[in-house]
Design a binder for this molecule. Sequence first.
Ligand code: ADP
Ligand code: F6P
Length: 480
Amino acid sequence: MMRQSSLVVVANRLPLDDNVAPDGACEWRRSPGGLASALHAILEGTTATWVGWGGGIGAAPPLPDIGTLRLRPVALSEDELRGYYEGFANTTLWPLYHDAVEQPVFDRGWWETYRTVNRRFAEAAAEVAEPGAAVWVQDYHLQLVPQMIRELRPDVLIGFFMHVPFPPPELFMQLPRRLELLGGMLGADLVGFQREQAAHNVAQLAGKMLGARGADDAIIYDGRVVRTGAFPVSIDVTEMEALSARPYVLNQARQLKHDLGQHKKVLLSVDRLDYTKGIEHRLTAYSELLRDGRIKVRDTVMVQVAVPSRERVESYRGLKDRIEREVGRINGEYGRVGEPAIHYLNQPFDRADLAALYRTADVMVVTPLRDGMNLVAKEYVAARADDTGALVLSEFAGAAAELQDAFQVNPHDLDGLKKTLLDALDATPADLRRRMQAMRAHITENDIHAWARAYLSALDHTGQLARRLPRQRAVLADRA
Ligand code: ADP
Ligand code: F6P
């Protein structure tokens, strides 16, 4: 008999891949990405079930629980991986939802696979949800799942949260299967977004395309009220603060500073290697500052961490090639022996080493062309408990609505970007302290636990669901 849970989370990815240790032990493997970071913090220690793809191809082995959290793997074949994940999710929806900064591709075969795979996720969720459970579906990969679950299990409460931006109506209207995608999402009882504008866009679309009535906080569709709203996702601030104060991290940060050049100002960027992150624009700005003599490699250095992502998708391969060529060019032109202008790291990092990088950076440069939230920006703020460091933040990241004391910038405006980088490099300690304190106060108040509580208490008015979550994780023990 399949075990059932009162809270079921459905996300494309499980928080670990399919290579569970031979002894069956199973550890959190935090895959890079905002969704895994956010859900990891709130689900660890609960008795929820997480339904998702384990990262491999073909039959999914049963996975052991992670502590009390249960995992229900969903299998994908090679063709499904290409059509559903690499195709429709990441070559159609992803670029379209990010302002079409890369041309979206519409392919009829991918759509069929997307629908088949969404149905499989819905069936898995329906199987593990106890009567009257809450089922919380995540992100653009699974946009048809809410309506499918409603058909399979009318007794459950259904939530949907979109981690990425939801585009303006004129862009969404380009989708050949727009009606199904909109209706699928509105199968939920509560549809959450990162920003209010997204809820407004959906209300407009629902009126125009489905003849639904409604406003930015509720849509009447199919004889039901679908509530909508903004719930900006966040990070586990306590965890990042504790992590960045560990002796190991402080030692690593000292070592990094030494290796990069004791007296140098360090600019840092940490992204998945994705065209939405604005990496090329940033490299151009940095290179022009070197060319203009406004910064010199003897006193400034840049570290660009670009973790591999969606490597079989053509646009990602092309981007990687272009970035690597440009880094090579900049280092060739401006670097000196033993003194590169840019350190480029195309590799995953564990959390402690990321925290050490955050501790080392004088200026954190987060300049996506469009981003649902960008948790890296919030992680940097949480890691700077000593109120030092500058955050340069794109106006087009969801985080910009909250982190108003960052050095905000339009990344398309190269001169503006160059000037903002210089402003951040030259800012006084007093100015930086004021900005950092204001930003940290905001994220401390609005951390990941507050996000989950706000969402789940909106989904379930009784407040029972929210009470089952841990208020915050136990502070990590020091492991020097
Ligand atoms: P996205 O969801 O688009 O990847 P976010 O900035 O919201 O963007 O989230 C990225 C998450 O992935 C953060 O929690 C960050 O710490 C993590 N991450 C980013 N780069 C790496 C890396 N090189 N190694 C490990 N984790 C990373
Ligand atoms: O945060 C947006 C998002 O697409 C998440 O859904 C996803 O986990 C993350 O980016 C990383 O992408 P992927 O799962 O394709 O590696």
